[in-house]
Write a protein that binds this ligand. Structure first.
Ligand code: SF4
Length: 98
C-alpha cells in the first residue's frame, strides 16, 4: 500500500521501511555476494531517499542503504563534494562573499 507524505512525516521513516521484518543479512552481504535481492526490496520502498540520505549523512560504510551499495554511495559523495567545490569556486570567481 502506498504511504502518504503525512504518514512519513508523523512516523519515523524507519517505521515505514520496506525491509522491516526482512533478514538483515540480506542488506549486509558477504564481499562479492549478490546485492540484487536487497535492492529489489529497496526498489519499492517509500522511504528510500530518507534511508539513502541517512546513510550518506552518517557515513555508513557497509551494507545496502537506499537501494545503493557502499561503492555507489561513495560515488554520490564524490559527485556532491565536486559539485560543492565547483559552486564555491564559482562564488569566489564572482566575488560572492567578498
Ligand atoms: S531503502 Fe532499502 S534499506 Fe532503506 S529502508 Fe527502504 S528497504 Fe530498507
Amino acid at each position: 500500500m502506498q504511504k502518504t507524505s503525512e504518514e512519513i512525516e508523523t512516523r519515523g521513516w524507519q517505521d515505514l521501511a520496506n525491509c522491516l521484518g526482512v533478514d538483515p543479512d540480506l542488506f549486509f552481504p558477504e564481499r562479492g555476494a549478490s546485492t540484487r535481492e536487497a535492492k529489489e526490496v529497496c526498489r519499492g520502498c517509500v522511504v528510500r531517499q530518507d534511508c539513502l540520505e541517512y546513510a550518506l549523512a552518517n557515513g555508513e560504510k557497509f551494507g545496502i542503504w537506499g537501494g545503493l551499495s557502499e561503492r555507489e554511495r561513495r560515488r554520490i559523495r564524490r559527485q556532491r563534494s565536486s559539485a560543492r567545490r565547483a559552486a564555491l569556486e564559482g562564488e569566489a570567481a564572482d566575488g560572492v562573499g567578498a
